[in-house]
Design a protein around this ligand. Structure first.
Ligand code: E4P
Length: 217
């Protein structure tokens, strides 16, 4: 399973990248706003840091403008995946840009039929938003499972990029279902290492080690 980091925070990306945990990055207009940075500048820095796909989102709502924005974003670097919303205009943009050989991430997916359309439009990635479905009392993991089954039924190559990940459990469930990629905030990725029994076990080992009076170095 690939790990993408859902942030435009360069320091956070760099920290995880050092451990080899960053297979790609996703950003969106809210994350750019949070970074306080210029979209073109910060996206270029991210692309220079990370080898994998870096999603940069268009902000126009009409297809022609989306396509123009997508082409401009794609000029930033080879590893840009142009992110478009799952609207009719977004699907048209996806079809055009993927036919030009560009990576496209179709975002804001909340239904299996939407994911089917994205695959047919040639999307590289489909981003179903788990957390936002959970927020309205719909189990986001059911959507991941439905898309997995539909894509496997017909052999679509579009990668399922489980997004709006809020908890470590979302990561585990996405992996069990077979999502190709998860994108999660740095804090969630770091929490994957946590377990109270690891902490308790280490405390006990350290206490016993101190009683031996030994040192390794
Ligand atoms: C994905 O590409 C989105 O940027 C992101 O996962 C949205 O997450 P949120 O619902 O926590 O804002």
């Amino acid at each position: 399973m690939k790990f993408f980091v859902d942030t435009a925070d360069i320091d956070a990306i760099a920290e995880l990248n050092e451990l080899g945990f960053v297979d790609g990055v996703t950003t969106n207009p809210s994350l750019i706003m949070k970074s306080g940075r210029d979209i073109l500048e910060v996206t270029k820095e991210i692309c220079d840091l990370v080898d994998g796909p870096v999603s940069a989102e268009v902000t126009a709502t009409e297809a022609d403008d989306m396509i123009a924005e997508g082409r401009k974003l794609a000029e930033i670097a080879e590893n840009i995946a142009v992110k478009v919303p799952l609207t009719w205009a977004g699907l048209k943009t996806c079809k055009t840009l993927s036919a030009e050989g560009r990576m496209v991430n179709v975002t804001l997916c909340f239904a299996a039929n939407q994911a089917l359309l994205a695959a047919k439009a040639g999307a590289t990635f489909i981003s179903p938003f788990i957390g936002r479905l959970d927020d309205i009392n719909v189990d986001g993991m059911d959507l991941i499972a439905e898309i997995r089954q539909i894509y496997d039924n017909y052999g679509y190559g579009t990668e399922i990029l489980a997004a709006s990940i809020r908890t470590v459990n979302h990561v585990k469930q996405s992996a069990l279902i077979g999502a190709d990629v998860i994108t999660a905030p740095p804090g969630v990725l770091k929490k994957l290492a946590d377990h109270p029994l690891t902490d308790a076990g280490l405390d006990a080992f350290m206490a016993d080690w101190a009683k031996t009076g030994q040192k390794i170095l």
